[in-house]
Write a protein that binds this ligand. Sequence first.
Ligand SMILES: C[S@@+](CC[C@H](N)C(=O)[O-])C[C@H]1O[C@@H](n2cnc3c(N)ncnc32)[C@H](O)[C@@H]1O
Length: 197
Amino acid sequence: MKLIDARRDFYRKLAHKEGYRSRASYKLKELNQSYRIIGPGFYVLDLGCSPGGWTQVALELAGNKGKVMGVDTSYVEEIPNAHIVRGDIEDESIVELVFEYFGRKVNAVICDLSPQVSGVWAVDHAKQIAINYAASKIVDHVLAYKGNALFKVFDGEYSNEFRDYIKKKFTKVQIRKPKASRKTSSELYYICLGYNP
Ligand SMILES: C[S@@+](CC[C@H](N)C(=O)[O-])C[C@H]1O[C@@H](n2cnc3c(N)ncnc32)[C@H](O)[C@@H]1O
């Protein structure tokens, strides 16, 4: 077995053993350990949440006093204590649903969005960046002052443009690739701390 496959397999098995719905859970756990994107009592919006691995981790991090809402176009099996909405984040009516559920602005928005991939890299990259712009519009409506955000980014031609756009809105932006992310994948995570547009 190649090293990359072995590592992938390791996180997949660990997720199964620990009851997480996806390997992706470990990406959020690792990033949160370094950057405290989500803390106890946080209200968290999870955009592109299916099958729910990040939602599960967000619930743990936010604790009893926190609240978590997930949005995805795909079906998500119920996650106890989380509020799941089936919808498209490019539809701005999602904003109303966010306020309906939380009753106020949220402390963190986490986005692990991936489009349906076509296999044509330039197209998939452009689509993924476009969904991130849509997500950042939602962020502008719902994120509280000094709140945090996390974006998955397919790294490529348009990612620096997106980084510069997002940098204007946050006090600090860091770019990381967590261990659970495949070395062969082009994904990076933009950790955005202290919303201050
Ligand atoms: C990599 S998965 C997310 C995995 C999730 N973070 C987890 O830990 O289980 C990416 C998700 O983004 C969703 N997605 C892509 N475009 C979307 C859109 N416009 N609106 C809502 N969800 C979208 C996809 O349906 C897919 O489920």
